[in-house]
Write a protein of this length. Structure first.
Length: 284
């Protein structure tokens, strides 16, 4: 049994947090940005965090409470693979109950079977889960654009067309938030790595939106097709075109997340994406 000494996390712990996150990603897969300084600061140092070190001073576990964009408190945690199964995860859940919001919310960016079991034992229910997928750009399929369509990049004079494509593509989904134009544009540009020049909206001969894709850094952020154009290969074309554009821009890998219940997961696999882990959210 590994004994850990627990103490509040500070900025001085950031290198150790990076190392811990890297080991967890290597073992579990998951969101690749988990080991970035920006992500770790947000999760573990923005409000309150706690870390557990062994007798050698190595950080083997950490938990944090942070504020999400919707203004709600959420907990997260990391446990080094070498010390799992010793009750450390349960200790982190108890800490989260004491320091987080009630009912507790938990976000795990590298969720695996052990974390799923831990959440179930803690009485938490999975309310959201996504596959994290990666394309190595070694082989990009050629998918021709359906006849009768042309595409335009994101510009100030096309933002309304992008927004209309977003609403038309996702408006039939349960719980669609129907984000207003200004808020949706603000969300796009809240990511400093948003690539308007590589994002595209597909339009028919009368200028009506048929589908769209938005890109940020090495990520496909959103891709959607309006109901009238589904089943014609437009989504596959937009994805393949984005992969080609990103490879030409110097990317070596491209990432996306897709809900575990979304049938597009199979399309992405056919395009050459492979599963690289999962991320999930849990709530009491």
């Amino acid at each position: 049994m590994t004994r850990l000494d627990w103490a509040p996390l500070t900025d001085a712990d950031l290198p150790a947090l990076e190392h811990l996150a890297m080991r967890c990603l290597e073992h579990d897969g998951g969101l690749p940005e988990l080991d970035s300084k920006a992500t770790l600061r947000g999760f573990f140092l923005s409000r309150t965090g706690i870390g557990g070190r062994d007798e050698m001073g190595d950080l083997l576990a950490a938990a944090g409470v942070f504020l999400e964009r919707d203004g709600r408190l959420t907990c997260t945690g990391l446990v080094h693979p070498s010390v799992r199964g010793q009750g450390i995860g349960q200790d982190l859940v108890r800490w989260g109950h004491e320091h987080g919001a009630v009912p507790i919310r938990v976000l795990i960016e590298n969720v695996g079977p052990a974390a799923m079991d831990l959440m179930a034992q803690a009485g938490l229910t999975q309310v959201f889960s996504e596959h994290v997928m990666c394309h190595d750009l070694a082989k990009i399929p050629v998918v021709r654009r359906p006849a009768g369509l042309h595409v335009e990049p994101y510009r100030d004079d096309t933002k309304e067309l992008f927004h209309a494509a977003y609403r038309g593509s996702f408006g039939d989904r349960p719980g669609f938030p129907d984000t207003p134009l200004d808020q949706w544009v603000e969300w796009l540009f809240s990511d400093p790595d948003f690539r308007p020049q590589d994002s595209r909206v597909a339009l028919d001969d009368e200028g009506r939106p048929a589908g769209f894709v938005t890109v940020a850094d090495d990520w496909i952020e959103q891709v959607g097709v309006v109901p009238e154009w589904r089943g014609r290969g437009l989504g596959a074309h937009l994805m393949a075109r984005s992969l080609t554009a990103l490879r030409k821009a110097g990317s070596t890998k491209v990432w996306l997340c897709v809900n575990i219940d979304n049938s597009a997961h199979e399309l992405y696999q056919r395009l050459g994406f492979v599963d690289a882990g999962r991320r999930a959210r849990f709530s009491a």
